[in-house]
Design a protein around this ligand. Structure first.
Ligand code: AHG
Ligand code: MN
Ligand code: MN
Length: 338
């Protein structure tokens, strides 16, 4: 922990000075997200006590049963950003369509895309969960934002970040000027700078994937996994340790700090229609932006996640993310073996 006390608000303001064209609006938008995170963190830390665990009795556009905490987190972020006049439009994993700014309220220059609660299946098991967000500049010139404002490639992001509700609550974000981590001090309700300028360590430690799906992976992904485990005689390497939490944010965060690769490859259960599970717009894209600004890389197995232009809000993708050399090796195995 650096000796001086730097709150996320002060850090964002200092970042803003590095970008003369940045208006205070962008800074305020990041504040708003930090505030929503504190509220969600409070609810998450006492979820077991206030009967907010369990199912909300509804399903979302993904056809997944919504957890009460999913719904709470989604509503908290939406309410925090509805009336500020900073956004033109929002898109959330938990909402089928774009979330327009209510009639009669001003619209702004930015677009917020988010996964309000990532790793929902872990909520009742008290494993780490998180929130993922990306901020774009709107593409349309004025008036209510449109779906076109949301369907932008990750490379166009103005900022991206996540919050991880774990043993401590951390917020990690980048505006393209380094990746910075803040730890919530609940006694003062402030996120304090704890990991300035995060860089993925050159020497990876972990590989993270759900090997229960191995039966449905392609040949290339299976061979890549054997290589990671040091079992490829043609390309010998030191075996990596397996770590899989089942919350993308938690698995990504560990690999960002310790070095490693997370991958959720295409599922070939139906060989004629291979499917990705993770969502491009509000899971893979923002984390790919963070990974690249920390010296890493993210791919769908063929190309950079940041170059994929979404056709629809809830578009799914395969995801390989972490140390650049490991992700590029995955691409080579897939290119060679499919
Ligand atoms: P969400 O809770 O937002 O739906 O995301 C869950 C995702 C991601 O967090 C995680 O990496 C993945 O689902 C786990 O999937 P499996 O349970 O199939 O491994
Ligand atoms: Mn998610
Ligand atoms: Mn989610």
């Amino acid at each position: 922990m650096p000796e001086e006390i730097i709150t996320i608000e002060r850090h964002i303001l200092e970042q803003e000075r590095a970008y003369p064209e940045a208006t205070g609006v962008f800074t305020s938008l990041l504040y708003d997200i930090a505030l929503a995170a504190k509220i969600i963190a409070r609810e998450t830390s006492r979820a077991g006590l206030v009967q907010i665990l369990g199912l909300a009795g509804k399903t979302n556009i993904q056809g997944e049963a919504q957890m009460k905490l999913d719904v709470f987190a989604n509503q908290t972020i939406i309410r925090m950003n509805f009336y500020t006049g900073r956004l033109a439009v929002m898109a959330s994993e938990e909402e089928p369509d774009i979330i327009p700014i209510p009639e009669g309220y001003p619209t702004g220059r930015y677009v917020l895309v988010f996964d309000p609660l990532d790793g929902s299946s872990n909520i009742d098991a008290n494993a780490s969960i998180g929130t993922i967000f990306g901020i774009y500049r709107r593409r349309t010139s004025a008036g209510p934002g449109t779906v076109e404002d949301c369907l932008q490639p990750g490379r166009a992001l103005a900022a991206a970040g996540y919050i991880i509700y774990g043993s401590s609550t951390m917020m990690v974000y980048t505006t393209g000027n380094g990746v910075h981590g803040f730890t919530l001090d609940p006694s003062v309700g402030e996120f304090l700078l704890s990991y300035p300028n995060i860089r993925i360590p050159a020497e990876p430690k972990y590989y993270s994937t759900n090997q229960g799906n191995e039966k449905y992976w392609s040949e290339g992904v299976r061979r890549f996994t054997r290589w990671l485990q040091g079992m490829d005689e043609e390309n010998p390497r030191k075996p990596l340790s397996g770590r899989y939490i089942g919350s993308l944010v938690a698995d990504f965060h560990r690999n960002l700090l310790e070095g490693g690769i997370f991958y959720y490859p295409l599922d070939y259960k139906d060989p004629s229609n291979p499917k990705g599970k993770l969502r491009l717009l509000y899971e893979a894209g923002p984390l790919a932006f963070i990974a690249e600004h920390a010296g890493g890389y993210a791919s769908d197995g063929q190309r950079s996640i940041l170059d994929i232009v979404p056709d629809i809000l809830h578009q799914r993708t395969a995801l390989f993310i972490g140390n650049r050399d490991l992700v590029e090796m995955a691409e080579r195995f897939i290119a060679r073996y499919g």
